[in-house]
Design a protein around this ligand. Sequence first.
Ligand code: G3I
Length: 365
Amino acid sequence: MSMSRSMSRHLVALSAAVCVAAGLAATPATAEPASKESATTESAAPKPRPKTLGELARKHHKYFGSATDNPEFTDAAYLKLLGSEFGQTTPGNAMKWYATEPEPGVFDFTAADEVMAFAKNHHQKVRGHTLVWHSQLPAWLTDRTWTAEELRPVLKNHIQTVARHYKGKVIHWDVVNEAFNEDGTYRESVFYKTLGPGYIADALRWAHEADPHAKLYLNDYNVDGLNAKSDAYYRLIKQLKADGVPIEGFGLQGHLALQYGYPAGIKENIQRFADLGVEVAITELDIRMELPATPQKLATQATWYADYVRACLAVRKCVGVTLWDYTDKYSWIPAVFPGEGAALPYDEDLRPKPAYHAIRKVLGG
Ligand code: G3I
């Protein structure tokens, strides 16, 4: 995501805590008030525990998950909800190139393994994110120029070493992340500029060799609806499939913002990729707003979350939804888009917001 868009548009930086202070968050789902009857009848049976988002989604044969990041692993209250409410997780940063191969040929899986261990202990599926991306690359890779002959083996070794380390342990890999510009032209990353567009097919083939069971995805933002960028992915995935390249999924990141409007044609877009023969995942959903959050904005946000989740439920090959973390406490947004935030279904105090309740309802809770 680019910094410049935020810089030019948003001048007022207010904390998302404003919304909390204003009492805009709803009652926690876990602390439902006792009914009159149960309060007065001593022998009344205890209310069954409400189903979690993960459990509700499973009834639709989908997962419902949240990204997470290692600094959050010291927050017990946060971890309790992460481990109980969600059936899937994605490491927000720990599997990126800068973290996994900080020096050439020297791999470090400490941070990512910590997320994997948490997921295993909580019976969560994991999406691998991400093997090839223009951002968050180590300095040794970005601080020099490369010839194709030099970069190809470096790229192959990175992909295969990381994918082999997690072989059989991740359900998906975002093999190439954010490969296109908004107008559907290729992003001029070091990989594209040095290796040409064929780096995408190569990356998919190398990842498949290393972990034949993980479903291999391309993943991007602003591809939720029908537009030039999602059209470019449609054409590319069609071609990759025709060429026998192992591409099995398309990830819609879903970083929406109230001020830009709800993207048109999300369900139709998901359906057209499903019809191409790939599955679709909603991989990084959050819906930000210009602060302060108001009851009206939070209500609109709740409707958008419900509509997006409903679009996934409507298509069999849409396999699940991942929030890009679940609480405003740990959202990436205020740092990148000053004056914006309140993007997630739980507030900064881990209290569910209207969006949480709207998602539950769509999932049948
Ligand atoms: O690693 C340094 C650490 O050493 C330092 O102390 C700290 C101080 O701020 O910064 C740390 O780096 C930060 C890094 O996250 C790890 O926490 C960077 O400043 C920060 O910019 C970086 O942000 C991440 C962002 O990707 C980078 O583009 C977000 O956490 C992460 O949620 C976000 O995720 C991306 C997806 O991977 C792809 N799609 C878009 C999405 C949002 O940008």
